[in-house]
Design a protein around this ligand. Structure first.
Ligand SMILES: [Zn+2]
Length: 274
């Protein structure tokens, strides 16, 4: 099956966002006040050319993020702790066309979570079925959503995703998952931590499992070290999820693909396992 890594620009965050320090409310505070920035990290989305229809995982960031008032200035995170760079040609629509996929032909868009660098390209998919976890959608909506660092004010007018309610259908070390395809070879797995409603997507290609990790960790090495990021609302839950993914990577042949991992595209092309 053809699987594409699409890069929709880059993002800089604080080094303590990638690798959190401190406890309780000090943790996000120390992330925001950190003076050190990461190098520019890729903002990846992925596309699977599945026989049942094209599946897109995350939609990357929008070029509109460069406009002065796109990010609310009152919010300390956007003011202090994130810098994005995306041109219109780097948005997911053109990125898909560059690999021969028309956005109109995308059947499903699965959002690992609703942070702007994952939901920013939604406007390219008015005809696709968008899936998001109900917990994530509730946490991201309204003014409380804005306080938590989401930008629901920028969702397209037509945005009415199919909510994922997780039954307890275990998959490997994960207690909750749902199948996406009839063939059962693509599953959506609950991976709470970075956000409470965060999900990952797993594609089975024979013995190899391609794991689209969203922001479960910022790169593979951090997952193998089970390092919790500096913005997770529930670090204990995040640690538990990372340890499940790590166990999964030991037991199965896992190609692990976080959205901001500079090595993700090469590992996907080589099907290099963790
Ligand atoms: Zn995120």
């Amino acid at each position: 099956m053809r699987v594409h890594a699409l890069q929709t620009g880059t993002v800089l965050v604080k080094t303590r966002q990638r690798e959190g320090v401190g406890r309780g409310p000090m943790r996000p505070l120390r992330t925001m006040l950190d003076r050190e920035w990461t190098e520019p990290l890729p903002i990846h989305a992925f596309a699977i050319e599945h026989p049942e229809g094209v599946i897109v995982i995350d939609t990357g960031e929008t070029a509109r993020a460069a406009q002065p008032r796109y990010f609310p200035r009152w919010h300390p995170y956007f003011r202090l702790a994130v810098r994005v760079s995306v041109t219109p040609e780097q948005e997911i629509g053109p990125a898909l066309r560059a690999v021969g996929i028309e956005p109109e032909d995308v059947r499903w868009v699965v959002l690992t979570h609703l942070h702007t660098d994952h939901a920013g390209g939604l406007a390219h998919f008015p005809r696709s079925e968008v899936l998001v976890s109900r917990t994530e959608h509730e946490n991201a909506s309204g003014f409380m959503g804005q306080l938590r660092g989401y930008l629901p004010q920028h969702w397209p007018d037509w945005f009415a995703p199919r909510m994922i309610d997780f039954p307890s259908e275990p998959f490997g070390p994960f207690p909750e998952s749902v199948p996406l395809t009839d063939a059962g070879d693509v599953r959506i797995v609950a991976t709470p931590g970075h956000t409470n409603g965060h999900v990952s997507v797993v594609l089975a290609e024979g013995d190899v499992l391609v794991f689209f990790a969203g922001d479960a960790s910022y790169d593979q090495e951090l997952m193998l070290r089970e390092v919790v990021d500096g913005v997770a609302p529930d670090p204990a839950k995040a640690r538990e999820t990372l340890s499940r993914i790590h166990r999964f990577a030991r037991d199965a042949s896992l190609v692990y693909l976080p959205a901001h991992d500079p090595g993700a595209a090469d590992r996907l092309a080589a099907r290099a396992t963790a």
